[in-house]
Design a protein around this ligand. Structure first.
Ligand SMILES: C[S@@+](CC[C@H](N)C(=O)[O-])C[C@H]1O[C@@H](n2cnc3c(N)ncnc32)[C@H](O)[C@@H]1O
Length: 143
């Protein structure tokens, strides 16, 4: 995956996700999430929405999948990619301060996000706030 020129960020994320390594760790994250039908699932720092479709499938399209990203270009790309999926809602937002009620989600994932945030401890406290008791957070930092 080494490159000599800085790639476009979205195409880089797409290529990594399509690689053997990318598919492998993303599948492991999905398995660890243990998503059930009808659940509310958060993809925090969702980027261009690479994983939103898979999360919809895991909820059997009966739940709700919310993507958050602080970058408007990522939000726009994720919305375009999930335009035909009514259970997906992509929002501009910061993982340190999620516009969600307490205990309103069943599952959450961060995939190469905590390494970028200003205060990972605060971000984790915020994720804990929005997860229901018994909820599950899976964090991946393969970079
Ligand atoms: C390396 S990309 C990973 C994107 C996606 N999770 C994936 O696996 O393809 C990191 C993403 O986290 C977002 N991000 C970084 N800090 C954030 C924050 N504090 N709140 C929300 N999103 C954040 C960035 O805008 C970027 O889209």
């Amino acid at each position: 995956m080494f490159e000599t020129a800085k790639p476009d960020q979205i195409s880089y994320l797409d290529r990594l996700a399509a690689s053997d390594l990318g598919r492998s760790y993303k599948q492991r994250m999905l398995d660890e999430l243990e998503i059930c039908a009808g659940q509310t699932v958060l993809d925090l720092g969702c980027g261009p929405g690479t994983d939103l479709g898979t999360l919809v499938e895991a909820t059997t399209a009966t739940g709700s999948v919310l993507g958050f990203d602080r970058d408007q270009a990522m939000v726009d790309a994720a919305r375009a990619r999930t335009a035909g999926q009514p259970v997906v809602d992509v929002r501009l937002g910061d993982v340190h301060d999620l516009a969600l009620p307490d205990q309103s989600a069943d599952r959450a994932r961060t995939d190469r996000v905590l390494q970028h945030v200003a205060d990972p401890g605060l971000a984790l406290a915020e994720i804990r706030r929005v997860l229901r008791p018994g909820g599950r957070l899976v964090m991946g930092e393969p970079d």
